[in-house]
Design a protein around this ligand. Structure first.
Ligand SMILES: C[S@@+](CC[C@H](N)C(=O)[O-])C[C@H]1O[C@@H](n2cnc3c(N)ncnc32)[C@H](O)[C@@H]1O
Length: 503
């Protein structure tokens, strides 16, 4: 494998060269938004999709602008003439790019040895994927899973954050924005070299990189935030370190969940993407819940979906072999494995756990709503809301004050049928965890009036009067609805200011 292969200690001696390379990229407009515009895509596709749609992207990136040439070089893996590259990277020298391991010159042609993926204002190097020669140590670029976790990271102020399985370092770089210190661990030495390079390329100097298995390199340390996008694919073979753990079934994710609490500070969070098995005749939620037994953590699973094993295997092996006959052989091996282990389906989701010193711990597993933009804040508010509900019995709850979330929209759909028209009313979020809840107009109006100024008992009396109901009979239903609205974040508890003694 080529690309950053020869980069080890000496890379760290050349940060000035890397900074100048980054200046060239910036001057060219090598950013996520400019490249999305150039390729006319809403999200930059991963390498396999880019490869499948190559003629279209090549057509869109045709032309002689600096950005078009760099996109063809670093995202579409095209060979470009030496003269053109020299012109595009001015005022840097091609020797610099070759020395740091980004370019390879062959006669009069130049190829990029790694891909350069933009993400927001970051640019990260990762390996090209080559299904004809799968390499265990290939470093994954920014995948759909990386993007998902990036959007879900709780942006709390963290003294020390751990990125477990850092790969190209994208999550560590993002976490650095709200962490005083970041530690990035990977068992793949090549990934650590790539991540170090990416830290330099993005001007971040305060990430500590450690090589080793899972938590071993950080034994004895504790973190405010742990993020982990593990090699969660459930497979009978280990083809890539970034995807396949080599452990049976979902043992890796279980191990991370069971081990993480010792490494979490009180009140600290751990977030990881997971795949889990759904075994014949067993309740998968109950099985997942056992992972958290005795963890000392509250746990919230957001379940995105489950796939039947045949779909799962077919989707996962499509990029593992170039030849149909090889893929068929692999598919059968995977299916035999699932049958032996009695796996019917595989679940996908996000685990967020928070270490808590409260006497009782909770476990919540529910559907993952659509994410609209970053949703880490909403996840953190979900933990606060659940603890608030646990702390307040129904009577206490009615004495508290709540306000509605700021990002809500009321929808009314009018269905027309032979019987006339029917109105369906729902409330939904416009950003974050975009829950939608069917809700009749009276409840929506109640939510919209909640401004945190009066206790809920006053709203109970008002709402009962509007709907002509007896307050005592209405109260249990009202409280049940309010609890659900708080749980989903439509209503937010308002902290009452602590009483200041008069001076
Ligand atoms: C799915 S990739 C995630 C990379 C990156 N964090 C991201 O989100 O794009 C998983 C990473 O975990 C690393 N890894 C696999 N097994 C590991 C282990 N036992 N200990 C530490 N890292 C491991 C792989 O080398 C790979 O870089």
């Amino acid at each position: 494998m080529i690309g950053l292969h020869n980069i080890s200690a000496h890379l760290l001696d050349i940060p000035v060269t890397v900074r100048r390379i980054r200046e060239v990229l910036d001057r060219t407009g090598y950013t996520e938004s400019c490249i999305q515009q150039l390729l006319d895509v809403e999200e930059l596709p991963m390498y396999p999709q880019r490869w499948q749609t190559l003629p279209l992207y090549l057509w869109r990136a045709r032309g002689e602008s600096r950005l078009q040439i760099l996109v063809r070089l670093f995202l579409l893996q095209q060979s470009i003439s030496l003269d053109e590259v020299r012109h595009v990277i001015e005022p840097t020298d091609i020797e610099d790019w070759v020395e740091v391991g980004l370019l390879h010159v062959n006669g009069c042609d130049v190829m990029a040895t790694v891909e350069l993926c933009p993400y927001g204002s970051l640019v990260v190097a990762a390996d090209w994927s080559d299904e004809t020669q799968p390499n265990l140590h290939q470093v994954m670029g920014i995948a759909a899973s990386s993007r998902t976790l990036a959007q879900a990271i709780i942006p709390c102020h963290s003294h020390v954050t751990l990125d477990l399985g850092t790969g190209c370092g994208i999550l560590a770089l993002l976490a650095a924005a709200h962490s005083e210190q970041v530690v990035a661990v990977d068992s793949n030495p090549r990934a650590l070299r790539m991540a170090r390079f990416n830290a330099l390329l993005n001007g971040t100097t305060d990430i500590e990189f450690l090589e080793g298995n899972l938590f071993e390199p950080v034994r004895g340390r504790q973190f405010d935030l742990i993020v982990c996008n593990p090699p969660f694919v459930i497979a009978p073979q280990q083809i890539y370190l970034h995807s396949h753990s080599g452990m049976p079934l979902d043992r890796l994710c279980e191990t991370i969940v069971r081990t993480a609490p010792v490494f979490m500070r009180q009140g600290g969070y751990c977030q990881l993407l997971c795949n889990w098995v759904q075994l014949a005749g067993a309740d998968w939620r109950a099985r997942l819940e056992t992972w958290f037994d005795g963890s000392g953590c509250d746990a919230w699973i957001l379940h995105s979906h489950s796939e039947e094993v045949a779909d799962y295997a077919s989707n996962r092996i499509s990029n593992l072999a170039p030849v149909a006959a090889q893929r068929e052989k692999q598919f059968n091996t995977w299916m035999d494995y699932y049958e032996r282990e009695r796996v019917e389906a595989i679940g996908f989701g996000l685990v967020t756990m928070r270490r808590s010193n409260r006497s009782s711990k909770w476990f919540r597993c529910e559907s993952w709503p659509e994410m609209v933009g970053p949703c880490g804040d909403a996840i953190e508010r979900g933990f606060v809301a659940r603890n608030f509900l646990e702390d307040h019995g129904d009577r206490d709850l009615l004495e508290t004050r709540v306000r509605h979330a700021p990002n809500l929209q009321w929808r009314q759909d009018h269905d027309i049928s032979d019987l006339g028209t029917a109105v369906h009313s729902s409330l939904h979020f416009t950003s974050g965890l975009a829950y939608t809840a069917k809700m009749d107009s009276a409840i929506v109006k109640f939510v919209s009036r909640c401004a945190g100024d009066r206790p809920l008992s006053e709203y109970l009396r008002e709402t009962a009067a509007i709907s002509g109901e007896d307050v005592c009979q209405f109260s249990p239903r009202f409280v049940k609805v309010v609890r659900r609205l708080i749980e989903l974040g439509f209503l937010l508890p308002v902290q009452r200011p602590t009483h200041q003694p008069e001076s």
